[in-house]
Design a protein around this ligand. Structure first.
Ligand code: FAD
Length: 540
């Protein structure tokens, strides 16, 4: 039970006004006895916090030693003066109005005032003022606790300024930037990051970056930050809704230490490892590179087509010449078997043999003038890239003919062992055929569907068009040399599918026309991923 100080001490100790002595002079009973009032007085007096006690008009009645230390005013300088003696006269009036409104409501107030010391030096005072009530609940005094927060404020401002500065630099940087914590959560980002998030319709770009970079990011939580390796200039592609890479970024990442600021870690000083990710969009450069690559491919293919054309023509000539020569040889051997004495017959036989000889010479020189076949090395080939290249190569033709291409690549397609240029020529031939088919008279829909699939130990490519299709009885003939049945194109040697078949066979694959597809032509090419026949052949 508390009792008035006056019950234990008859008069206030030196320096303590009588009214303060009475108001605060209460004792506290504890289990160990009664704490004498002088303990409270000494506690206030010796407190390291500046304390003042005023009447209800803010007239100072008491100030402790720490108050003197803080303000430079001795008790005798301020007792009897208003607390406004400390005012630097720049604190907005509404702050004082708020202070007094609280006090008049008998509610404590806390805030910051701009004060001045006795020597005129300005400082920021964190002030807490509490009303002291009498037994009837009336305010009789105010108790004020003062703290100099000038330095804390300066530090806070410095940190805030630095944050603003860093944020503006990071924001202005023409790269996508984000600081991610160990859980991949974004702690800080910049304008370009936010813009990318807008482009991705609200999907967090960090998810895409972390997924694409999962192989290079060391997310081992047990590993200290300084032991985690960063990465630099990693090129990654952002896929569009069709699964095709449509935007590219050059990414770099560095691990940074962040001191843990939670109270739990006050004594342990633990760090949190954060990943600072910077991604530079290189879509423009990549498109230019792709354009250059496509142009180079186009030039190379044109050259290859020229060689193929020559081979086709010469092979055609050889093929055409071979038939009459074979027939002549057959006639000669028939004559030899009959062994006639007839001179006319013998003369005819010799003449025929002369024809055969000169025919064979022509054949030989034709065969020698056949341009050599490309001996391309076997390498790992991504069929999605091959198909994409082929579509790129044919883009002008597709646009010119208003053909809609529905391209459905398998997202996780294994690489196959093959010859990249040959495969590109193969699929270019098939796509050209599909476009030609759509151009045939009577076609109303102008669509080509291309799909890649991973089936068992092979990669399959399906090319489907909305042309007239290939009738059942012609499905074998179309692969034969010099077979051409286009209605609208004349003068083609008819070697396209023959060469395509040859290339598929060179990859130990199969090519077939889907017998169940009737609204056009559907060709399925199956290429084994790693044909054992390639083993031992040179790989690059
Ligand atoms: P004032 O006219 O004194 O006050 C400005 C406004 O405050 C007035 O317009 C009025 O709305 C309100 N106000 C003033 N006195 C009263 C009152 N008695 N009742 C109701 N409303 C009133 N000020 C400082 O600058 N620095 C301090 O460190 C500081 N410490 C204080 C400690 C205590 C315990 C108390 C009670 C007040 C303290 N003050 C302090 C406030 C101080 O008393 C003055 O109100 C303030 O300094 C402004 O003084 P002024 O002469 O410019 O204007």
């Amino acid at each position: 039970m508390a009792a008035a100080l006056g019950e234990f001490l008859s008069s206030p100790p030196a320096g303590i006004p009588a009214e303060v002595f009475e108001a605060f002079g209460r004792t506290v009973k504890t289990d160990d006895g009664i704490l004498p009032p002088c303990v409270f007085i000494e506690a206030v007096e010796q407190s390291s916090v500046a304390i003042s006690i005023t009447d209800t008009n803010a007239k100072i009645l008491y100030a402790n030693q720490a108050f003197e230390k803080l303000t430079g005013y001795k008790p005798e300088d301020v007792v009897g003066k208003n607390q406004s003696i400390l005012s630097y006269k720049v604190t907005p009036i509404k702050v004082y109005q708020d202070l007094w409104a609280h006090l008049l409501d008998k509610v404590s107030w806390n805030g910051v005032l701009i004060n001045k010391r006795k020597d005129g030096q300005r400082y920021l005072a964190d002030l807490t003022v509490a009303p002291v009530l009498d037994q009837n609940g009336q305010t009789i005094y105010y108790l004020a606790l003062h703290r100099d927060v000038t330095e804390v404020h300066e530090l806070e401002r410095k940190v805030r300024n630095q944050k603003v500065l860093i944020e503006s630099v990071v924001d202005a940087a023409p790269v996508v930037m984000a600081l991610l914590n160990n859980e991949g959560k974004v702690l800080l980002d910049n304008q370009d990051y936010k813009k990318l998030m807008g482009d991705l319709r609200g999907v967090e770009p960090a998810n895409f970056f972390l997924e694409s970079l999962s192989e290079v990011i060391e997310y081992d939580r047990k590993l200290p930050c300084d032991q985690r390796k960063g990465f630099i200039n990693r090129e990654i592609g952002l896929k569009n809704s069709q699964g095709i890479e449509s935007r590219w970024f050059n990414c770099s990442g560095v691990w940074v230490n962040e001191k843990n600021i939670t109270a739990d870690n006050y004594f342990t000083d633990t760090d949190e490892c954060c990943l600072l990710l910077a991604a530079n969009e290189i879509t423009q450069q990549k498109r230019q590179q792709n354009q250059i690559k496509t142009n180079a491919m186009r030039a190379l293919m044109a050259e290859q087509q020229l060689v193929h054309g020559m081979r086709e023509t010469l092979s055609g000539a050889i093929y055409q010449l071979q038939a009459p020569l074979n027939m002549a040889s057959a006639v000669v051997s028939m004559m030899e078997r009959r062994q006639g004495k007839n001179n006319d017959v013998n003369a005819f036989q010799s003449a025929l043999m002369e024809v055969i000889r000169s025919g064979e010479q022509v054949l030989e020189s034709l065969q020698q003038s056949l341009p050599p076949e490309d001996r391309e090395a076997v390498a790992l080939v991504n069929m999605n890239e091959v198909i994409k290249d082929v579509i790129d190569l044919s883009i002008h033709r597709l646009l010119e003919k208003s053909v809609l291409v529905d391209w459905e690549p398998e997202s996780e397609l294994p690489y196959i062992n093959g010859r990249c240029y040959a495969l590109r020529t193969l699929f270019k031939q098939l796509l050209d055929n599909a476009i030609d088919a759509i151009d045939e008279p009577g076609c109303t829909r102008r669509e080509i569907y291309i799909q890649t699939l991973h089936v068992d130990d092979a990669v399959e490519v399906v090319i489907r068009d909305t042309g007239p299709g290939i009738p059942l009885n012609k499905r074998h003939s179309v692969f034969e040399p010099f077979y051409s049945d286009w209605q609208h194109i004349k003068g083609r040697p008819g070697m396209g599918l023959t060469i395509a078949m040859e290339m598929v066979q060179k990859h130990y694959g199969t090519i077939e026309i889907d017998p169940h597809y009737h609204t056009g032509c559907s060709i399925r090419i199956r290429l084994p991923i790693n044909p054992s026949e390639f083993l031992g052949q040179e790989e690059s």
